[in-house]
Design a binder for this molecule. Sequence first.
Ligand SMILES: NC(=O)C1=CN([C@@H]2O[C@H](COP(=O)(O)OP(=O)(O)OC[C@H]3O[C@@H](n4cnc5c(N)ncnc54)[C@H](O)[C@@H]3O)[C@@H](O)[C@H]2O)C=CC1
Ligand SMILES: O=C(O)C(=O)Cc1ccc(O)cc1
Length: 288
Amino acid sequence: MTTVLISGLGLIGSSLARIMKKSDLQPTILGDDPNDDTSQFLLGQGIIDERVTLLKAASRADIIVLAGPVSVIIDQLARLANVTLKPGVLVTDVGSTKTQVMVASQPIQKQHVGFMGGHPMAGSHKTGGRAGREDLFDNATYFIVDGSQTTAQTAQFKACLKPAKLRWVNVSAKAHDGLVSEISHVPHVLAANLVNTADHQLKHDSVGLSAAAGGFKSTTRIAGSDPTMWTAIMLSNSEAISEQLTTYMDQLKQIQEAIEAHDTEKIYQFFAHAKTVRERLDQGEKKQ
Ligand SMILES: NC(=O)C1=CN([C@@H]2O[C@H](COP(=O)(O)OP(=O)(O)OC[C@H]3O[C@@H](n4cnc5c(N)ncnc54)[C@H](O)[C@@H]3O)[C@@H](O)[C@H]2O)C=CC1
Ligand SMILES: O=C(O)C(=O)Cc1ccc(O)cc1
């Protein structure tokens, strides 16, 4: 019987637990989270089998999944270097950034513990264990950054998540952080900025944001995400995010100039290119 310890039983940790419970391995799941409501709820639902604390229960686990905010994952990796783990244990994480996590995992890797960086590319703006779902990651990409894990450990982890039919993609930590900055971190900055700017500009307008149609709402859905989690991500991937924001501002300036100059062709091409790329994204989703 496989024992999995999940630390951080929020949206992602509890979704992983739900999926693992559906897998053929049917692991025993030990759950660690300071939130009493979340922990009691998941125990009551049979999604976790036992409430534990990470450092006390770490030695019982075959797989340890760190699923708290990135700053917490980094701190836990340092602490795990001071406890005795089961021989053959796999430690992995789900954090949205990978360079700092891989650096923080060095002490346990040096102790010959199998460590693998991980990041499921699915989720939502919702938080907490009650919001988790067993279909949250269905057909999604799951990034793996190789550390000291063995092939057998990777295979066992993948087997635990088999019901989600994930697309596993191996990537370096640097390439990962550059890519997710572009497709996830910068978009979250922009969504929050759209909301904050509109709120500021319209503060004396009696109708204001209440008139927003679906376009504003769908563009800014992710502005409803958890500020604690996103602060940790910004601090952990600041270089790539800052660099890409500079590019973004240059592009914005160009379209601003085209609009001011009434450059019909440039404005048309701007929207036509975006429409083609966006439609291709939907086609890809339909094929999966
Ligand atoms: N929300 C999303 O869509 C995605 C998030 N991620 C990453 O997954 C991780 C978790 O995110 P969510 O589940 O969305 O957040 P969440 O806010 O739903 O859950 C985080 C959980 O961690 C717990 N926690 C906080 N400090 C802790 C500690 N010291 N020890 C143990 N547990 C602790 C909280 O009580 C909470 O239950 C983050 O690192 C995030 O970057 C990755 C993919 C998607
Ligand atoms: O809500 C959404 O659509 C997201 O983009 C979820 C998300 C948040 C953080 C990640 O690291 C990956 C996915």
